[in-house]
Design a protein around this ligand. Structure first.
Ligand SMILES: Cc1cc2nc3c(=O)[nH]c(=O)nc-3n(C[C@H](O)[C@H](O)[C@H](O)COP(=O)(O)OP(=O)(O)OC[C@H]3O[C@@H](n4cnc5c(N)ncnc54)[C@H](O)[C@@H]3O)c2cc1C
Length: 322
């Protein structure tokens, strides 16, 4: 008799039907409970360098605006190199949209007085949320604090709280910041940033969801209760992402390279793969109770929009968003 057993002995290879019934299965798409609220989203943009990129950014902002994100953030170039462009982008978001902007601000290469002044200008422009970061030294150099500057992000958070009543978010590293002494020191640093007045951490991007979930467990065990929002990077240019990941300490699993194999000259397929990979990632997190996501949009709406839709977020009708 051909009995179906949970673990067929190695010697007897199961028949096709038997394998299907007893082997490991891939979970189907979960039906989102109607009583579950859609997750809270935030989107990150970078300030455009020219008119064409500005037009691309605004097409992206207008499309994503309809998803009613909790906030949108605009990055700040190394050493304040995008100061004027970041300010212009954030100010335009304040003036022309219903969105709540958050301006990124770094410590590197500026005195405390200069950084405080930039923060005051944001406050005067109506910006109430800052993403406070240390920033990095120019490529090839080690980071050294400005002699009259904020040395680390925790110092910047404390300084911002003195300037005005900003909401402050900070960075977190599920795979540990690349120059941290070790993972525990890095977690202590995150705690210092939150104790100094930040109310939320946004993570560096990662590809393996279990790394993020383990990091949440470690953070909780270290007494961190503030929200830690996963940073999601939908990757459609594998080669570029692999290079960037090596610099920022994000590990790239072998399976990701395998998925993109042979698509170097096929951007359309790459974007479809990117959507599937990111969708799998957020679904795993959502199934584990994560209900906030921060998307690194790279100023393009399509992937982020589709993944947000899969997560249960629905766009407002076009005329209601304006
Ligand atoms: C969500 C997010 C957004 C980002 N946006 C930008 C951006 O707009 N512009 C930009 O230039 N960069 C940005 N970055 C990159 C960030 O600037 C770099 O990762 C930078 O190297 C660290 O910044 P931080 O704020 O995490 O630094 P910190 O929290 O200050 O930590 C930096 C390192 O110093 C260590 N450290 C902290 N305090 C001490 C101490 N007292 N003594 C010794 N070691 C210490 C930490 O463990 C860590 O290794 C962003 C990163 C993330 C995750």
């Amino acid at each position: 008799m051909n009995q179906i057993t949970a673990h067929p002995p190695e010697a007897e290879a199961p028949a096709t039907l038997e394998r299907w019934l007893t082997g490991p299965r891939f979970a189907g798409l979960p039906a989102r409970s109607a009583s579950l609220p859609a997750p809270a989203l935030s989107f990150e943009f970078f300030p455009p360098k020219n008119d064409a990129l500005e037009a691309q950014l605004w097409t992206c902002i207008r499309r994503l605006e309809r998803l009613a994100p909790r906030f949108v953030s605009v990055t700040y170039g190394a050493g304040g190199s995008t100061q004027a462009r970041t300010h212009a982008t954030v100010s335009r978001i304040v003036k022309e949209t219903e969105l709540t902007p958050a301006a990124h601000l770094t410590c590197v290469g500026a005195s405390c007085g200069e950084v405080d002044e930039v923060a005051r200008q944001y406050w005067d422009a109506g910006v109430r949320h800052i993403v406070a970061l240390r920033g990095d030294a120019p490529p090839g150099q080690d980071y050294a604090p400005h002699s009259e500057g904020y040395a680390y992000a925790a110092d910047l958070v404390a300084g911002l709280r003195r300037v005005a009543d900003f909401e402050v978010s900070v960075a977190a590293y599920p795979e540990t910041h690349p120059t941290a002494l070790n993972a525990d020191h890095d977690l202590d640093n995150l705690k210092r940033k939150l104790d100094a007045g930040a109310t939320r951490a946004i993570t560096q991007y990662f590809f393996d969801g279990t790394i993020f979930l383990r990091f949440l467990d470690r953070a909780l065990a270290a007494g961190i209760t503030a929200p830690i929002v996963p940073g999601i990077m939908p990757v459609s240019n594998y080669a570029q992402a692999a290079k960037f990941s090596a610099m920022c300490g994000t590990s790239v699993p072998d399976w990701l390279g395998t998925m993109f194999e042979g698509t170097e000259d096929d951007p359309e397929t790459r974007r479809m793969i990117a959507a599937i990979v990111a969708a799998e990632q957020v679904r795993l997190l959502q199934a584990n109770g994560v209900d906030e996501f921060h998307f690194y949009t790279l100023n393009r709406a399509d992937l982020t929009y589709a993944i947000a839709h899969l997560l249960g977020v629905r766009a407002k009708p076009a005329d209601a968003a304006a």
